[in-house]
Ligand binder design. Structure first.
Ligand code: ADP
Length: 360
């Protein structure tokens, strides 16, 4: 039997050797190839299951599959490729009994670099790709997320029946355009100064995660307080984070703070997914974060230019519109979200059997 004869065994071995252009993995090792069948009329049907909600090189991948099949099987009549998405995750919330695939921390070395802006737009962008997303405002020193997303609602407590019949009171997060949101701002008055000590922070974060009815989520984004290690330590103990995104502006001083943030995450064993350069452009310069990322061997997730629309929309509570068509920053924000999801999936592919993080 020649291997140019089209049948399922030959088709599958042809496809398993292909390397996808985003993750650089063979289908044999990535598991993206779901099925490959040959119909009676000689048509090849290929089903690909992508691990991320947005895969940037789908057309190239289709062409690669088409060309390889036609080259190896000159008699093949037709090739049909079907794509499905199954977002992969490491069951980040499993330890707390949550059904959350990937928990992502968004941090910065100092305030004012646009960390909350990036966290909120990352959440809306992933949602726009079709993922199920939640957003936790853990920036307890200046919780700005409710203002940015434009909600005045408060979460409510509700009783839930557990499988064993017991009832449990849980907090139902506020929903904004389909995004589930929790914030300290829901619980304190705007002008009320809150002095947070370690144990209180720990308790608040635990409640945000453990006692909140998140439902099933693909991504839960956590807007971290700037600088401090307290919340990061708590998080690394509570959940198995997919990783951290570090936001910085292009100025040298902010870059040095970003290095501190990276070191802080590494210290508490939270993998750093990459670095985002925010507010790049003429005023602060650009490219510094990418260079720093290379130096630290951290992926660069993208740049977001300085743009008046970003400040306006977050001031008026319309930050979700930044990822909508017509927004000037849309492509940049979607790219950052796409790259973040890719880095998460890449980390999983490269460390398939990574043991759970040690509890410190
Ligand atoms: P942080 O969370 O790091 O303290 P914020 O996200 O609250 O920072 O952003 C600080 C201010 O900068 C906000 O007014 C926000 O609207 C504005 N901002 C953030 N990113 C940009 C940008 N790329 N262009 C213009 N303004 C921005």
């Amino acid at each position: 039997m020649s291997n140019s004869e089209i049948n399922e065994i030959n088709l599958q071995s042809c496809l398993k050797a292909l390397v996808d252009p985003v993750f650089n993995k063979t289908f044999a090792s990535s598991g993206f190839l779901k099925t490959a069948t040959v119909s009676e009329s000689g048509q090849a049907c290929v089903q690909i299951e992508l691990p991320v909600p947005s895969y940037p090189l789908q057309a190239e991948l289709s062409e690669l599959i088409q060309n390889s099949i036609r080259q190896q099987f000159p008699d093949c009549q037709d090739v049909e490729i079907e794509y499905t998405i199954k977002i992969r995750g490491k069951n980040s919330g499993g330890r707390l009994g949550l059904n959350v695939k990937n928990i992502i921390a968004v941090g910065a070395g100092k305030g004012g670099v646009g960390k909350s802006t990036v966290a909120a737009s990352l959440a809306f962008a992933l949602k726009q790709f079709g993922a199920r997303v939640g957003l936790v405002d853990a920036d307890v020193y200046g919780p700005s997320i409710p203002h940015m997303v434009g909600t005045r609602e408060k979460p409510v407590a509700q009783e839930f029946q557990r499988k064993d019949g017991q009832t449990l009171t849980r907090i139902v997060p506020v929903e904004v355009d389909g995004l589930k949101v929790m914030s300290m701002a829901f619980f304190v008055e705007p002008d009320q100064a809150v002095i947070w000590r370690g144990p209180m922070l720990h308790k608040a974060i635990t409640q945000f995660l453990q006692d909140t009815e998140w439902g099933e989520l693909d991504y839960l984004i956590i807007d971290m307080p700037p600088g401090t290690g307290d919340v990061s330590l708590t998080l690394s103990q509570l959940v198995d984070l997919a990783g951290a995104v570090v936001v910085c502006s292009p100025q040298q001083v902010a870059l040095l703070d970003a290095v501190k943030a990276v070191q802080m995450f590494r210290q508490v064993k939270i993998p750093v997914l990459g670095i985002v350069e925010n507010m790049s452009g003429e005023f602060f310069g650009r490219g510094g974060a990418q260079a720093k990322g290379e130096e630290l061997q951290i992926p660069f997730l993208g740049e977001i230019p300085m743009n008046a629309e970003i400040r306006e929309k977050s001031d008026t509570g319309e930050i979700s519109q930044l990822v909508a068509e017509g927004s000037e920053s849309r492509t940049h924000l979607l790219k950052v979200a796409e790259n973040t999801a890719i880095e998460i999936a890449r980390t999983l592919l490269e460390n398939p059997a990574r043991p759970p993080l040690e509890i410190l």
